[in-house]
Structures are given as C-alpha cells and as structure tokens.
Ligand binder design. Sequence first.
Ligand code: ADP
Ligand code: MN
Ligand code: MN
Ligand code: MN
Length: 286
Amino acid sequence: MQKKSPQAIYKDPFRKGNHILVMCDAYTPAGNPIPTNNRNKAVKIFDHPNVKAEEPWFGIEQEYTLLKKDVKWPLGWPLGGFPGPQGPYYCAVGADKAFGRDIVDAHYKACLYAGLSIGGANAEVMPGQWEFQISPTVGVGAGDQLWVARYILERITEISDVIVSYDPKPIEGDWNGAAAHTNFSTKSMRKDGGLDLIKEAIKKLEVKHKQHIAAYGEGNERRLTGKHETADINKFSWGVADRGASVRVGRDTEREGKGYFEDRRPSSNMDPYLVISMIAETTILG
Ligand code: ADP
Ligand code: MN
Ligand code: MN
Ligand code: MN
C-alpha cells in the first residue's frame, strides 16, 4: 500500500463546481518516498537556499501524437499508408493538414479552467502531432503543472476515443519525433549581463551530458539522431537559433544579452520532476 500526500490543487474542468484535481506524491506506509517519487527528490533541490534565491523558471513544450484507437496509427493518416511528406503541417490549418484541433482546443480550455499557466499550442511538423506549452513556472510547480496538463489531455482524448502517445519517435523514418523542450532561466540570467551566466550554465550541462541524457526519457536514442531538428545523442552542442543543437539560445536572448536557454534534449515522455531538478542542480548547484 502507498500513502498519497496532496501537493497541489487545481479546479476540476470536467466535474466543475466545487470539484478539484489534486496532485499527490506517494510514500510507503513507513513514510518514505517510493522509488519513483521524483517529486520528493526535486523538492529537495528546489528548497535549497541557493536555488530558491535564483527563482528558477521553466517553460516546457510538451509534444505528443494523437493516434486512432484501434489501429494505433496517427490521426489523419490513411489506414495502412502515409500522408504526403513533412513540410505543410507545422502550425497549419485545413482539413488536409491539421488533424485533431478540436482535442487541442478542448485541452487548452480545460487547462485554463483548471488554473494551469498553459501558454500556447501548435500543430507540429509531423501530421497528427501537436504541442502545448506550460509557460514560465517557478520550481517544482512546473513539474506539477505539466503532469496535470498531461492528465487532462488523457481525459479529453478518452472522451474523443483517441489515444495520446508520448513516444519520442512514434513513426520511424522521415518523420519528426516528439520532444519536451525545457526552457530555463534564473533570476541572474534574466538580468542585464545574464547571457554570460547562460553560457556558464551551458558549459556545466556539457560536462554532465551523459547523466542528463540518462534521465531525459526512454527511447530518446530513436529521436536524437542528428536529423529532424535534433542533435546527436552522443554529442553535446549548443548554438544561437540552432534547432539542430542540444541547447538552443534564442536570438532575442543573444540580442538583449539576457533571457533564457532551451534544452532540446528531453523527450516527450520524460518525467518533468527529474528534468527540471537536474537542470537546476547542474546549473545552480553544480
Ligand atoms: P519554440 O517552439 O520556438 O522552441 P515555444 O514558444 O514553443 O518555443 O516555447 C518557449 C517556451 O519558453 C514557452 O513556454 C515560454 O513561456 C518559455 N519561456 C519564455 N521566457 C522564458 C524564461 N525567461 N525562462 C524560462 N522559460 C521561458
Ligand atoms: Mn514550441
Ligand atoms: Mn515543437
Ligand atoms: Mn522548442
């Protein structure tokens, strides 16, 4: 038996009224966190005074693929066949390019109702693949919000008789994989001169590349091939405006000399508690 401990509360967008959704983590009867309770480990990092002082912000881009329930083949794809090659689908509109927008919009509204700081959604490069973003959220709350947003997406797709897949590379071949890009900044990075600190943080991430990759999601090696807007899993790289790098610094951040960076390595199925606590630990405490 596990003991559940309530950690965060949101409004329930399905039952409405006074109903709530409660994010819990799990403990053994003796009160020790169960081995998969990465939230408990994350809290230890985010409670560290040096981390707290830096008010770490995370903006996570959650990509996912919608599948037809019975055949587990992407929404909008011909049965037993493939759609036309990638190119016209990213942020597209039209019945022959965007598949599942009703689900995406219902999810967006439900997240807003729940009180999540969902910041946007877009159709992805691979048809049937979508993304939503949880906007900059402080510390462990970024993990809570992403998990609750995933839960709400499962509930919405359940109503729609559709399956949501977080597989990092749902379709082999010339089709983009699914990531969970994790955008990050500290108070110091957001201040004038912050770009220097961003570069220091990136150096620290490079040293720990292997450890980060090990925690960034299962099956990620099928996605991080160096193709399809990814970097090779075995080689750390960074660049300004470079979608083929492990870590990307945005043009705005470079121009302003402050801002944030994007860790493009985490896969769509990653545990955000692990990813955000590792980024904070490596860059602030490392
Ligand atoms: P792209 O698709 O170009 O990689 P998105 O706009 O999808 O970028 O995602 C960028 C994310 O970064 C958003 O969730 C945004 O809220 C977040 N973000 C913006 N500023 C910061 C910041 N200072 N620190 C952390 N995250 C940020
Ligand atoms: Mn994005
Ligand atoms: Mn994307
Ligand atoms: Mn991104």
